[in-house]
Design a protein. Structure first.
Ligand code: ATP
Ligand SMILES: O=C(O)C[C@@H](O)[C@H](O)C(=O)CO
Length: 337
């Protein structure tokens, strides 16, 4: 199976490199209650692009990360975890200004009512500088993934644009997971401007309906029509635009005018966060195997179910046989909600 919407350079030695935040998730152990009543948490590596990279590595791809961690125990935990997962961390630098590690406390009130309380003042990940982005690493990579939160502040914002520039120069396919986290931004206008500037340069754009709505503050799509949203990006660099609708599945548009709908699989949901990251890892992995868009979406949707049925995001990222097995068990009717 092949897809023509994006083409990867098979001669490049590195499959995938991501840039952006490396953080800590502290997921409530006593679930199905509000945060006020939570006593203990389990610590995991977090941050959407980190989770996606861990997912890609678990699926068997050769991966690397470009980011910055705090000079503390949390920062060392993150780098150690990346190394353990086989992710090249040579472009993960250490902050020397006293910045801290971003923390995401997750509240799991019910399988459908989850929220995240973020502590992100003076975080190390947003201190990454353009000069710390190594051209040679991006030149080696088949794909670069960027994620929106890294655009929220300088100097991280410039670092992302530097990475985009290197990726363009060296022919890496660029994927953008919109990953919009409002608390990291100061104004809606600034958010939309930088998201749009970055998205113009990307080959694959993945986001929820709400994330695309945020970007369309600058445009005109009063009906919130997925097709209109996608068409805008085909006038720039995009070959694939995916709009996610939670449990209702996702829809992919390709530049040739086709659209592909993926339903979600049944899942015994523990919490909903992490769905988007595992979906992205599964979908991008499928594309890199040369699968068609629908097969890649199916794989991403099943990977998402495995993660939302687990307590963590990063640690729960599945290996390929687990995802295939999940799909087969769903098809046999062995997994029901
Ligand atoms: N309750 C669910 N049951 C089964 N599959 C789900 C469920 N929620 C999400 N998914 C799957 O995960 C994919 C991505 O989910 P979603 O649209 O919620 O992304 P997201 O909002 O980016 O996720 P996140 O909560 O991680 O930010 C969906 O297209 C679907 O395949
Ligand atoms: O993206 C974050 O900073 C938090 C994540 O690690 C968290 O697990 C999540 O929301 C995944 O989508």
């Amino acid at each position: 199976m092949t897809n023509n919407a994006v083409v990867f350079d098979a001669a490049k030695p590195l499959d995938f490199v991501a840039i952006g935040r490396l953080c800590i998730d502290l997921n409530a152990n006593e679930i199905n209650r509000p945060m006020e009543e939570t006593v203990t948490f389990t610590k995991y590596v977090g941050g959407s692009p980190a989770n996606i990279t861990i997912g890609m590595s678990r699926l068997g791809l050769k991966t690397a990360f470009i980011g910055k961690v705090a000079d503390d125990q949390m920062g060392r935990f993150i780098t150690g975890y990346l190394n353990k997962e086989g992710i090249d961390s040579s472009s993960v630098t250490v902050d020397r200004t006293g910045a801290v590690t971003g923390l995401a406390f997750t509240e799991i009130k019910s399988p459908t009512d989850c929220s995240i309380l973020m502590y992100r003042d003076n975080v190390a990940d947003l201190k990454l500088e353009a000069g710390e982005v190594r051209e040679a690493l991006i030149a080696d990579a088949k794909m670069l993934l960027i994620s929106g939160t890294a655009l929220a502040k300088s100097p991280s914002r410039e670092a992302v644009f530097q990475a985009l520039d290197y990726a363009k120069q060296h022919g890496a396919v660029i994927a953008f997971d919109l990953d919009y986290r409002p608390y990291t931004w100061t104004s809606d206008e600034e958010t939309a401007v930088y998201y749009n500037l970055a998205a113009e340069k990307c080959d694959i754009i993945i986001g929820t309906r709400e994330e695309f709505d945020m970007m369309e503050r600058l445009g005109n799509n009063p009906e919130r029509d997925d097709h209109v949203t996608a068409a805008k990006w085909f006038r720039h660099s995009a070959g694939i635009v995916i709009i996610k609708h939670g449990k209702d599945g996702s829809i992919a548009y390709t530049k040739d005018g086709a659209s592909h709908r993926a339903r979600s699989f049944p899942a015994k949901v523990v919490k909903t966060f992490g769905a988007g990251d595992s979906y992205a890892a599964g979908f991008l992995y499928g594309l890199m195997q040369g699968w068609d868009i629908s097969a890649s979406m199916e794989f991403g949707s099943a990977a998402a179910c495995i993660v939302i049925s687990s307590h963590s995001c990063s640690d729960a990222m599945p290996k390929a046989p687990e995802v295939h097995d999940y799909i087969e068990r769903c098809l046999r009717g062995e997994i029901t909600i």
